[in-house]
Design a protein around this ligand. Sequence first.
Ligand code: NAD
Length: 265
Amino acid sequence: MPAHSPAEPVRSVAVVGAGVMGSAIAQVLAVAGMDVTCMDRSARQLTTAKVLLEDGRYGLRRGILRGKLTADAAAAALARVTFSDDLPTAVADVDIVIEAVPEDLDLKLDIFEQLGGCAPAHAILASNTSGLPVAALAAASRHPERVLAWHWASPAQVSRFAEIATTKKTAESVVTTVVALAERCGKQPVVIVENPRTWGFVANRIYFAAVREAERVRDEGLATEAQIDGLMRNAYGWPAGPFAVVKGATEGWGDDREGSVAALL
Ligand SMILES: NC(=O)c1ccc[n+]([C@@H]2O[C@H](COP(=O)([O-])OP(=O)(O)OC[C@H]3O[C@@H](n4cnc5c(N)ncnc54)[C@H](O)[C@@H]3O)[C@@H](O)[C@H]2O)c1
């Protein structure tokens, strides 16, 4: 029997780090009916997060305009989100914490160490890391059975991507709970095993391998970026070529595409 017995279904979530990903993740969870505490150490960032949630390119107002949710549903989602700049307060009464602070191992280790002490004993501790070792975060928390990575893609509001990276110690009940929550959020979760000795889980490793080779081809003067993108679209039915994906990831897609092409990092 796993030591962990999660609350089922998940009712309340804290998102730690309210930047690009955290604010979007908080929005998705609130729209899916969760009570969400959006936590950031920067009070200014919390104000920005609220603006993004309401009026961002993929925010609630745009969701109404695009016919994705009613004005009432958007208002209800917004009412479910609270903001906090204090970690222990933010996670005091939640079923799951999703960490989305910058991709810095020492910073994430520190957060997971704190979460191990201040999150409820049943709470799942998930990281949105792009590929840092989950086993190290799990060890730092001192509750490895409750830790996994839930890797989202940007824009989280429209991408269906949900890469659930587990360690040898992640409890099965934790995986089941996170998969169910991801599905409630409209995602298509895929559970994979992490290799703690390699940066990146599955999608990022394959994607960056393609980008590296595309850059080599360009640098050898064999083809332009536009030609490479066109070849990959036509040859393999990629919705966007490797350079267009990098550009979309860094500059935004500038449209309302529905999740097949998102930005992984
Ligand atoms: N941006 C993407 O497209 C993308 C996609 C997938 C995964 N990720 C991953 O998501 C994570 C977050 O990325 P992001 O782009 O949202 O970063 P970001 O810089 O936009 O946001 C990070 C937020 O964390 C806050 N923060 C920093 N230290 C903190 C602390 N100690 N306590 C609380 N908050 C703290 C910052 O104030 C900031 O608002 C990273 O691990 C990244 O690799 C990013």
